[in-house]
Design a protein. Structure first.
Length: 373
């Protein structure tokens, strides 16, 4: 925090006492307006507090906050692959001035991070996993919980393991300044399992649409586990997928299908990697006008990342026969499958995961997203 970055604007109201004389013969009246006011001294006070270490973290000293409450120090030793250390801490605005994020910096050994060593996991986000970004508002009297995670990767090859002990100096800093017209609320990520229904007109097909307001009639879930539980209850089948959405000022700006490769699925299909995988959809077709928004050779900017996630999940490197990639241009698509769990992505912007009995969750290239079973 730098006090010299504050731009405090005072509106000074000057009350003029106007003497009005109304005369007629010897009669006169004086009209006076007399007032008093107080302008409180604004305070700037954004600081850290409330460190909480996650259960399961390796033993280490509890992170300490300095006396100015602006710096957190921690030291951790990660001995074997799979070790991790994670804690949360609150950024608190205890002042009377709204703040916003100005600069975010992540450094490894004094250098801004662009890539990490193959053996290292390290990230600082909000507690819900949302990235911290410039212009995010921290209003007076509120707080945001940050999450710090550093880990020794579990699924790595022997060639990625360092041959000697590594000393890593990790630093994260965020600069808050007084908020202005550029300040925006932190985006919200929510989960849904809304079922397709052609008879529903509002929202159309009981779907969630990109670049439109989130429908109040569709149930939101705050965690992936809640969504998995909800789709299992609704479908009476253990379906390992659901929808995820980014909401900014009430508008759906991003939609995803997430699917889960459980340890049981991975064990039954050699080469598959257990974990949760995220596929991002994109709107490239206007359903209202029945027109494409892109040309026939368009490739979604998310297609390659979606393919990489699917190939990793299905163990493509050792079992390429599980996957089929076809066609060219916006008709290109990749589909990988094992018994009970196919997943696919198309260059036109659509993504999907499938289960048994015709069940599925989609983000379509027309911007709609829904599940079915």
């Amino acid at each position: 925090m730098k006090n010299n970055k504050r731009k405090l604007n005072y509106l000074l109201v000057i009350i003029l006492l106007l003497l009005v004389s109304v005369g007629y013969a010897v009669l006169s009246t004086n009209l006076n307006i007399v007032g008093s006011g107080t302008i409180n001294n604004p305070t700037w006070n954004i600081h850290w507090e409330n460190v909480q270490v996650k259960t399961g973290s390796v033993s280490a000293s509890t992170p300490t906050i300095d006396t100015a409450k602006t710096t957190v120090n921690y030291s951790v030793t990660l001995t074997i692959p799979g070790d991790y250390y994670e804690f949360t801490i609150d950024a608190v605005n205890a002042g009377t001035i709204d703040g916003m994020v100005s600069v975010v910096s992540n450094k490894l050994n004094g250098v801004e991070i662009t890539t990490l060593p193959n053996y290292l996991e390290y990230k600082v986000t909000y507690e819900d996993g949302v990235d911290i970004a410039p212009n995010h508002l921290l209003a007076s009297g509120t707080s945001e919980k940050y999450k710090v995670h550093v880990g020794y990767k579990k699924d790595i090859s022997s060639t990625d393991i360092p041959s000697t002990a590594q000393t890593l100096n990790l630093s994260f800093s965020v600069t808050y300044v007084q908020s202005d017209s550029n300040a925006v609320a932190k985006p919200e990520y929510i989960y849904t399992v809304n079922k397709y229904d052609s008879n529903v007109t509002e929202p159309k097909w009981n779907s969630i649409w990109l670049n439109q307001p989130f429908p109040e009639s569709i149930t939101k879930y705050q965690t992936a586990s809640e969504a998995l539980s909800a789709i299992k209850t609704a479908s009476t089948i253990d379906l390992p997928f659901y929808l995820k959405h980014k909401i900014e000022n009430g508008i759906v700006t991003e939609s995803y299908v997430e699917f889960v490769v459980t340890p049981e699925i991975a064990q039954a299909n050699v080469g598959m990697v257990a974990g949760t995988y995220t596929l991002r959809g994109e709107k490239t077709y206007d359903d209202d006008t029945n027109t494409w928004l892109v040309d026939e050779n368009y490739i979604s900017p998310y297609y390659e990342a979606n393919k990489e996630a699917i190939k990793t999940a299905f163990g493509y490197a050792t079992n390429p026969s599980r996957c089929i990639e076809s066609s060219t241009g916006r008709s290109s698509d990749l589909l990988c499958r094992v018994s009970g769990l196919p997943a696919g992505s198309g260059a036109s912007g659509n993504v999907a995961a499938y289960g048994t009995n015709g069940s599925s969750c989609y983000v379509n290239y027309d911007g709609s997203s829904y599940c079915d079973w």
